[in-house]
Structures are given as C-alpha cells and as structure tokens.
Ligand binder design. Structure first.
Ligand code: ATP
Ligand code: MG
Length: 580
C-alpha cells in the first residue's frame, strides 16, 4: 500500500471527486445484493406454489429497474474515478517535465534521455492505473465482499458462509506472494524498456552517422538484443500475471464445491430452503468478481509502486547547482575575473582547469585558444555556473559566480555553446528564443550582425522558414550564425562565443567580428577559437594546455614570445595564403 500513501496528496486534493465516485460504487454494491434475494424468493414461491402473476411481474419490473439504476451509476463512477486518474497522469507529467528543466548538465550526462522519456510514457501511465483502476478495485472488492458476506451470513446461514470461506486465506497468501514477485520483475521490465527507448532514440537521431559507418546491421543486431531482453523481462512479468487468475479460479471453485455440498446437506436437513441455496450460490457468484478484482488490485498496485519507485528516484535528484540563500540579484559591472581558479567535473579523475587567473575589464574582449581538449569550453561553462565551482575564485561583475542568482547570472551572459542547438521552429522563433519581446526588425538586425540576413532573405518563407526535421536543412555555418544572432539579440552585458565561427569562411568571420566590435562597445566579450584570427583583436589572449594557462598576452606580445601561439599563427597564415 506504499503507493497509495505516496499518492495521498493527490487523493486529498481531489477528495470530492473520489468521495462521490466511491459512494456510487458503494450504492452499486448494495443494489447488486438485491437480485439474488429476489430470485431465491421466487424459487421458493414456485416450490410452494404461492407464485402469483402480479408477484412475478413486480419482481421482473424491480429487476429491470435495478438494472437501469446500475447502468447510470456505473457510468458516473467510471467518469469520476478514471477522470481523476487522468488528472493525476497530467499532474505527474508536468511535474516530471518541470523537474527535468531544473536539472543541471551533470544530471543529463548520468541519465539517458530514452529512459527519461520512458518514465513519461510508460511509468506514469502505470501510476495512473493505480489511481484509477486500483482505487476502483480496492474499494469495490472491499465493499462487495464485505456486504455480500454479511448478507449471506444474516439472510441465509452463517455456518454455510464460513464453510465456503475456508479456501480464502490461501488466496490472500497467494496474491501477496505473487505480488512481491511481480513488483520486482516489473521494475526490471520497465528498466529494460527505458534502455530500449534510449537505443531507438540514439539510432534515430544518429542515423546519418550510422549509415556513414555502415553500422546498420550491427545496430539492428544490438537493438535485437535489447528488445529481446525487454521481451524476456516482460514475459517473466506475464508469467506471474498468468498465475493470478487460475489461482483465484481454483480457490473460488473450492468455495463453490463447499457451498454446494454442504448447502445441499443443509437443504436436506431442512436448515435452509431450496431458494436459500439458489440465492447462496448466486451470492457466491457475486464474490467472483471482487476476488478477481483483488488479485488484479495486487497486480496494479505492484506495477504502480514499481513505477512510482522509478519516478521517486528521479524526483529525489536535486540539481547540483542551486541558488544558495545568500545570492545577490544585481551584478554591478561587466568585468570577468578568475583568481587561481581550479575546476574538476563531477566524477572526473583529474582537474579540467588548474590555477586559472585573469582579469577582463569592461568593454574588453578575451580570447581563449589552445589545443582541442585543453579546457576552453569548460571555462565558458563554469562562468555560466553550469557546474558546482569552488568559492571565491571566479567572479562576474566583481561578485563570485556562486553568489549570483542563476537567473541573474544567465540574464547577464549571452552564450553561444559549441554544440549549437536549433529547435524545430521557425527561424524567427529560434533567434528570438532568449528575447521573446523582440520585434521583427530587431530579429533582422541581429541576423545581419551575424551575417545571416542574406541567407534568410533567400529562403522562400524568410523568417517564417521552419528549421529542422520538417523544414529547411541548414548548413553547419548557417546554424552557427543563427545561434550567434540569437545571442546577439539578447544584447547581454557579457557575450560568450564558444568556437562558433569555426564553420564560416575567413571573410564572413572578419565581418562578424567587426560587427561585434562596433555593437558591443563597453560590453565584455569572450571568444574561444581554433582559428587564431578570431581572437587576434582581443585585449587579452589566453593559451590553454591541459587546463593550464601556458601563454598569455595580446596578439603582438604572444607573437613576440614565439611560443605555441606564434607557431600556430604562422602556420594558419601560411595555410590561408595557400588556400586564398
Ligand atoms: P575543443 O577545442 O575540442 O572544443 P575544449 O578546449 O573546449 O576542446 P573542453 O571541452 O573544455 O575542451 O574539455 C576539457 C577537458 O574536460 C577534456 O579533457 C574533456 O575530456 C573534459 N570534459 C569535458 N566535458 C566534460 C564533462 N561533461 N565531464 C567530464 N569531463 C569533461
Ligand atoms: Mg570546446
């Protein structure tokens, strides 16, 4: 019953709906007790020869009326209880989605997205079942069983009733035993489903790479293995599932056997009438459904609680970067500073950044270069406080980043990540993503700063062109420039461009950089790049190697130092001369 306790907040919130629904169920269970009694009496009247036409007519009309009332009541409880459980499904999904949006990058590097989707599409419905079907069967089997037993004892014969109940403890034991097995197996089955989901998601999104590397066969084979595993685990669930009904069937069979054997004996010894025996067996028949319902209930509850467990585990995860109580909302200026900053990714073996120090004044540009994997993107991400950082080492606007509220920090900084992401929406919606109040002119202006205006103007639908699966396929450089326009439109005090000019040609790069310089007077810009021309104009250039600053200075200073930067610069110049 753990799951019902977990969901108690929901039942409390919708208590009216549940009370009325349950009251209707109770009425139905009461009404259902009437017909067997009427039929039993009619049998006795036939036997005594006291049955009259009008008596029979009344009985038939009564039966019909009961049938009609049951029809109406059944509609309403279904509507109320199942409607309620659908609300639960919606609420849980919204909660899950909200939770996912609050989680930080380290969460997503641990969790697989296919599995997260399985929670929304597969586990939440299992919980929904508990709140709908589960509550129904719980209440119904309880009421129906107790009421029917009470009537059997009082109106017919208590000894006969007790005798017919002898097999019941076995039922309780069997369902509890199966229930435990089912819970564990269902948990594993859901886990396997999540894995399978993840596989499909990865293959679909990576289908181009898959084809390019001619890995279709291998991937199909790998998929066969996960889907096989999912099937096997679900079959092991079904095996338990399949045991419920026959077990219940046998136990009910025994009850009938006792009821009929001992009942006939009682009729012969005139303790009860023949009509009583008929009614008794009809009542026993009424018990079949609650018994099955009880087995079913155990089944649903166990599935629901296995899924609830998976969901609670997720809800228990807290974002590793949260606002502490002492955060500030205002960031006074546009400086960026690091003082001996060292950083290690959660769960990583070694530091990704060590002893980084620099000071960037308002209006300056910082260039970060270095070999691939040297820590350039890491420095950008830590400035955005995407990961927990050591205190008093990294400062934005003179305040330690961990002391600035996340919303203030991320409003202060516009960021173009290295892995740019466009949404399957229009170009306008993509550019205005961070600034929904922007006018169309402003969007065009941002696009022209990013040297993307001409490209968009050529699309048949202009700004309204859909991006992604259902729309145009953009080139890498076009995607980069739309991402840049998105960041420029925010007109933030600090702009971070993480290697986002890599896919545009030298001339386009040059004019984007010129626009940046003109537009962002007094504001701060951080650019990481492989092509050194992108940072040449910066007031400070850092050369990183294995997370450490190995060279620093302006372009001219670095050239004079004649180190990695100078060598790299000459090589790139030469390549460009050869190409151009
Ligand atoms: P590139 O020029 O290829 O973009 P980079 O200089 O931006 O490289 P980073 O992405 O900052 O390099 O990576 C620096 C180091 O941190 C690498 O050794 C990388 O393996 C490691 N790293 C990057 N992201 C993570 C992460 N999420 N978790 C753990 N380690 C990471
Ligand atoms: Mg990088």
């Amino acid at each position: 019953m753990y799951i019902l306790r977990q969901l108690s907040w929901f039942f409390r919130k919708y208590w009216k709906r549940y009370t009325v629904g349950i009251a209707f169920l109770f009425l139905i269970d009461l009404l259902m007790l009437w017909p067997p009694r009427l039929i039993g009496q009619t049998v006795d009247q036939i036997r005594n020869g006291s049955l009259t036409t009008s008596g029979l007519a009344t009985t038939i009309v009564t039966l019909l009326l009961i049938g009609l009332i049951l029809y109406g009541l059944r509609f309403f409880w279904r509507y109320l209880l199942f409607g309620g459980s659908l609300m639960l499904e919606r609420t849980l999904r919204e909660r899950l989605f909200g939770h996912l949006t609050r989680m930080s990058p380290s969460f997503y590097s641990r969790r697989r997205s296919g599995d997260l989707m399985a929670l929304a599409t597969n586990d939440i419905p299992a919980i929904e079942q508990t709140a709908g079907m589960g509550v129904l069967t719980l209440v119904d089997s309880l009421f129906a069983t107790l009421l029917t037993l009470a009537v059997m004892m009082v109106a017919i014969d208590w000894q006969l009733t007790l005798a017919a109940l002898i097999p019941m403890p076995f039922l309780a034991w069997a369902t509890a035993y199966y229930g435990k097995l089912l819970h564990d197996r269902f948990y594993l089955a859901q886990e396997a489903f999540g894995e399978m989901n993840d596989h499909v998601q990865q293959s679909v999104s990576g289908v181009r790479v898959l084809r390019a590397f001619v890995q279709e066969k291998e991937d199909v084979e790998a998929f066969r293995r996960v889907s096989e595993k999912t099937m096997e685990r679900n079959i092991s669930v079904s095996r338990i599932d399949a045991l419920f009904e026959p077990t219940i069937g046998i136990i009910i069979g025994f009850s009938f056997l006792i009821g009929l054997g001992y009942g006939t004996y009682l009729v012969f010894s005139s303790a009860i009438s023949l009509g009583d025996l008929v009614a008794f067996n009809l009542y026993l028949g009424l018990l079949i459904w609650p018994m099955f319902a009880f087995g079913w209930l155990m089944n649903i509850l166990q599935r629901g609680s296995a899924s609830q467990k998976r969901l609670s585990e997720l809800f228990a995860e807290r974002p590793d970067v949260v606002d502490s109580e002492t955060v500030v909302e205002d960031v006074p200026d546009n400086t960026v500073e690091a003082r001996g900053f060292t950083f290690r990714y959660p769960q990583a073996e070694k530091d990704a950044l060590s002893d980084i120090s620099f000071m960037l004044h308002e209006g300056e540009t910082l260039g970060i270069v270095g070999r691939t994997g040297s820590g350039k993107s890491t420095l950008c991400r830590t400035l955005l406080h995407q990961y927990p950082v050591e205190s008093d080492a990294l400062f934005v606007g003179g305040k330690p980043v961990e002391r600035i509220s996340l919303s203030a920090l991320r409003g202060k900084i516009a960021y173009v990540p290295q892995e740019h992401l466009l949404f399957s929406r229009t170009i306008e919606a993509n550019v205005a993503f961070g600034s929904p109040q922007a006018t169309t002119e402003e969007v065009w202006h941002a696009l022209s700063l990013a040297e993307m205006k001409g490209d968009v103007a050529q699309f048949a639908e202009g700004l309204g062109t859909m991006v992604g699966e259902k729309g145009v396929t953009l080139s890498g450089g076009q995607k980069q420039r739309i991402s840049i326009a998105r960041a420029l439109l925010m007109n933030a005090d600090i702009l971070i461009l993480d290697d986002c000019l890599s896919a545009v040609d030298a001339r386009t790069e040059e004019s984007i950089l010129r626009h940046l310089r003109d537009e962002r007077k007094g504001k701060t810009t951080i650019i990481t790049a492989h092509r050194l021309s992108a940072v040449q104009h910066a007031q400070l250039i850092l050369v990183l190697d294995e997370g450490r600053i190995v060279e620093r200075g302006t372009h001219d200073e670095l050239m004079a130092q004649n180190g990695w930067y100078a060598e790299q610069y000459r090589r790139q110049q030469m390549e460009q001369d050869v190409a151009g």
